[in-house]
Structure formats: structure tokens, C-alpha cells
Design a protein around this ligand. Sequence first.
Ligand SMILES: Nc1ncnc2c1ncn2[C@@H]1O[C@H](COP(=O)(O)OP(=O)(O)OP(=O)(O)O)[C@@H](O)[C@H]1O
Length: 286
Amino acid sequence: MSGIKIRNLSYQYPTGSDEVLHHINLDIESGKLYALVGVNGGGKTTLCNVIRGFIPHFYKGDLSGEVLIDGKDVRTWDPSELAEKVGFVFQNPFTQISGVKETVFNEIAFGLENLGVEVSIIKKKVQDIIMLFGIEYMQHKNPNELSGGQKQRVALASILVMEPDILVIDEPTSQLDPQGTEEIFKAIDIMKKKGKTIILVEHKMELIAEYADFVIVLQDGQIMKQGRTEEVLSDENTEQYGMELTRYTQLNIEMRKHNMNTDRIPITEKDSIETIKKLILQGVKQ
Ligand SMILES: Nc1ncnc2c1ncn2[C@@H]1O[C@H](COP(=O)(O)OP(=O)(O)OP(=O)(O)O)[C@@H](O)[C@H]1O
């Protein structure tokens, strides 16, 4: 179980003329899923890079404030230990696949091999992950011959097999069709149920509404809004930060303009059906 505490964090890239993160304060509770949202260039990837220690270990620049992972500042973490603690899944699965392994099974085993883990343990762990992700059918395939969605699942599995406590996942579905997207979210949900702390950059609000515990809205390097998913996504004001509320919330807001007031503003399909059903039943009783 791992938590992250960020206090007054500001950052400027070495080649940049301005700060791209300004006075960020965040408490990331362990075992929860946080969706990091906001318009392009808001600083989402930069913040992810701070959390995984890429900034300041690889990108220098000006970093001020505190970023504590399990109570220890990222600057004092040993980079390889931090890489074991925080698993990072890239936006583009093609970047993540090693390119040197000929089967999906060996690809997933690659990270553990590099750590020098005993072969019998590696086999067991890889088999377990393959079962968990339901990707037995592709284990003997060449990773280079997989579709984008399949590659992305293999990329996630290769990170999860290393058992990091924290997972930072940057726009995993941006290149995927609806089916591939659903498969990825099922995999993310599996990780959540395993108690991982997850920070997910994602634009698809309906999926965020369904899976995230908390939402953080970043714009121009500042946190404009943060809170429980229901709170942030049922608030019309969230739209001012370039976010589109889910279609269920939009419908509800329209209904309210016509005096059809539900007891609460839904953010998911299931929620929407329930609130509307209740409203209809109330109408029937009157
Ligand atoms: N390596 C870099 N050097 C200098 N400036 C950078 C670098 N990487 C990003 N930036 C700048 O930092 C700001 C934040 O970028 P970042 O990629 O973190 O935003 P983002 O919210 O992830 O955007 P997107 O949704 O487009 O991925 C942008 O103004 C960007 O131009």
C-alpha cells in the first residue's frame, strides 16, 4: 500500500522559458484510481513524469516543493528502486514492447529476467498474469504481430507482473477502438481490485465516470478542481476547463431546465436509468 503526497510542487523544463507546473498540492491515497484530466498542454504528462521520478532523475530543470512517495522524496529515491515501486505504462504501446522477445510470454517475463528473478518463479508469475488478463490465446504469438489493443494489454501485463504498488498510465486508449478500449479498462479494473494505486491520464469521460474514484483537473500547470468522481463530473462548472461531462449528466442538466428534477445528477448509464426510473415512479404516484 503506497501513498503519494505532493506539496507546493513547481517545475520548469531545462529548455522551457516558463514553469509548466505551478504550486501543485495533491494527496494520492493508496489503492484508489485517480483520473488526471485536462486540455492538451495542461501538464498531465509532466506531473506523471515527476511521480515516476523521471523528473528530476533524467530531465533536470527547476523543481521545487515536495513529492513524497511512501514518505520519501523522489529526489532521494534510488531511480531503479523507484522504477520498481512505480510502474509506468506509456501512451504508445509500441514504445513499451521490447522488440527483442519473440513471444508474448517471454515479453512479459523480460522485466523479471532483468531483475535476475529465478526462472521457476518467473514462469509462475507470468502464467498468473496471463490468466488474470485472459490473454492465454496470444501467449505464443510474436508481440510485433499483435493489434494496438493487444499490444497495450501486453504492455500493461509486463508492468503488472513486476508488482509495482503504484501504476501511472498515460492515455492508454488514445489509439484504440471501443473494443480495445474496453479491454484495457477491464485490465485496469483488475489492477484496481488488486489494490494498486493508479494514476490514469484519460480523456474518455464515460470511462472515468465508471472506473475512477477521484478526478484531478489540470490546466496551465495548475489544479483547477479535484474531488470524488461524482462530485467533479456532476458539476456543470467542470466544463469551463474544457472538459465534456458525460452524456448522462448532460441529459440530466437539460431535464432540469424543464423542471424534471431527479434526486441527484447521475454520471453513469446505470445511475441515469435509476434516477429517471425514480422520477417516473414519483410522477405516477402524484
Ligand atoms: N521536454 C520538454 N521540454 C520543454 N517543454 C516541455 C517538454 N515536455 C512538455 N513541455 C511543455 O510542458 C507543457 C505541459 O506539457 P504536458 O505534455 O505535460 O501536458 P499534457 O497535459 O500531458 O498534454 P497532452 O494532453 O497534449 O499530452 C506544455 O506547454 C509543453 O509544451
